[in-house]
Write a protein that binds this ligand. Structure first.
Ligand code: JFZ
Length: 463
């Protein structure tokens, strides 16, 4: 008798229906929230979509993108060549004279910017949110800001790029977030400088001037005009506490909470002391912890070495590697914020597009094992990772991501609490046979070949 035929699989179609209803509900949900109900939102409710999402896109784009890592014939070094620098730091790293760097506003003209293409690539890759640098450390505002002329309004580009993006994100069911450099600002009087010993920092009074004249008004503008679903503020190291005091941290949090009760705030608003009012923590850049951080969290990560576009940065990560990192963080209850550095004309670099689409192909087949799953309290299996989803009836779906296909053609997960009642290849629904070994452990009989040459996902039903 063929066990494969007898071992009837539960209706996978049913699971997909539930998931689609879930997506539609939060794609349609209001992002910023001005309704009275939204004012009473609990921190857990506020962050729920973020925890379900698992996967987002980071975007570093600004004046520095025009230089693509090169100034005056000098290229910013890459890993393996001594120092390795990020292209968005070019003004400081290559000592570009302020006047010459700031003159880049006259040539910033992204004529090929297509917000639908951006939001579409993110959605197509399986990402549920994107976070764009509205203002990075250089101080340039990517929108027409009322409090400075160092902004999009002073460029040849007369479009409302952030507005177009906000609309496109709504159309594609992708949440929009902004990176805003609230601490370092290399242009406006009183902004913090790079935390290097040779740099002179503003006094507290000078910083307060910047805080009142630039930071608070600009965050207000971003909320009022674009209603973002999250902010990604940026500090690191001990020096930041000199300017980002607990008082200023709380003042900025209060501003966001009052104006937009649904908007998420990240721990790097005050990295050395985030407090309990932030919605999620960030692991270090390209750091993939071995443990759940215990609160909603994510890793900001690059696809190349640099965040912003660097034309000679060929350190592209492989698709297999990036899927593995997404799965790793997901298995520990964390998110993966994967960066793209768009070209100055507004297009995504071709090597990034190719990778996004390949990741999207894998996600199209396996997203059920990513979105809205939770960590499993078992030791990490040697062949890969685990996540699970608790069903309404108390049963569980356990997802086994197999990185290294076991040669012995069996998948053994020790100490599962409950009984494996069915197993299948997630992508096809192909049933797999569940057996019990001589020690009484249940195992899944595997085909000789891995179903997927990247990461195969096996789903188990447990009662
Ligand atoms: C910061 C920025 O300086 C950088 O340009 C980029 O935007 C990145 C996402 O954030 O750089 C950091 C911040 C924190 C750490 C490392 C680099 N960290 O905590 O490891």
């Amino acid at each position: 008798m063929n066990n494969r035929l007898v071992n009837i699989i539960w209706p996978t179609g049913f699971i997909s229906i539930i998931i689609s209803i879930g997506c539609a509900a939060y794609a349609a949900g209001d992002v910023g929230g001005t309704t009275p109900k939204a004012n009473n939102i609990s921190p857990t409710e506020r962050v729920a979509w973020f925890e379900e999402a698992r996967f987002g896109m980071f975007l570093h784009w600004g004046l520095y993108s025009e230089l693509a890592g090169c100034w005056d014939g000098k290229w910013m070094p890459q890993p393996g060549h001594g120092k390795s620098w990020y292209a968005e730091w070019i003004q400081m790293r290559l000592d570009v004279p302020d006047k010459e760097y700031q003159a880049l506003v006259k040539s910033f003209n992204p004529v090929k910017f297509d917000a639908d293409a951006w939001a579409g690539e993110a959605a197509g890759a399986g990402m549920r949110y994107l976070v764009l640098t509205a203002k990075h450390h250089d101080g340039f505002a990517l929108w027409d800001s009322a409090v400075t002329n160092y902004d999009l309004g002073s460029t040849p580009c007369k479009r409302d790029l952030l507005g177009e993006l906000a609309e496109a994100c709504r159309r594609h069911g992708v949440k929009l977030g902004f990176y805003y450099s609230h601490w370092q600002d290399w242009k406006h009087p009183g902004g913090a400088q790079p935390p290097w010993p040779e740099k002179k920092q503003p006094t507290d009074g000078e910083f307060e001037t910047y805080w009142q004249a630039i930071c608070l008004p600009q965050v207000t503008e971003l909320i009022d005009r674009y209603d973002p679903g999250m902010f990604w503020f940026d500090t690191w190291g001990k020096n930041a506490s000199e300017h980002i005091t607990t008082q200023r941290r709380d003042q900025l949090i209060r501003l966001v909470r009052t104006k937009s009760p649904r908007c998420l705030i990240n721990g790097r608003i005050c990295a050395h002391n985030p407090g309990n009012d932030v919605d999620y923590l960030s692991a270090g850049d390209n750091q993939f912890p071995e443990k759940n951080l215990g609160r909603p969290w994510q890793t900001p990560a690059t696809m190349q070495h640099s965040w912003a576009w660097h034309a000679r940065d060929f350190n592209w990560k492989s698709v297999d590697k990036m899927i593995g990192l997404l799965v790793h963080n997901t298995s520990l209850g964390g998110n993966y914020l994967l960066n793209v550095g768009p070209l100055p004309d507004g297009r995504f670099p071709a090597p990034a597009v190719r990778r996004l689409r390949e990741i999207g192909g894998w996600m199209a087949a396996n997203h059920e094992a990513i979105y809205d799953t939770e960590p499993v309290d078992l030791p990490r299996p040697k062949w890969g990772r685990l996540t699970q989803r608790i069903q309404k009836d108390g049963s569980r779906l356990l997802y086994a991501y197999v990185f290294d296909w076991p040669g012995e053609q069996r998948l053994l997960i020790k100490n599962i609490s409950g009984n494996i009642t069915a197993a299948a290849v997630l992508e096809t629904g192909q049933p797999l046979v569940v057996k019990t070994d001589k020690d009484g452990f249940q195992f899944i009989e595997l085909p000789e070949q891995a179903p997927d040459d990247r990461v195969s996902v096996i789903v188990l039903k447990i009662k």
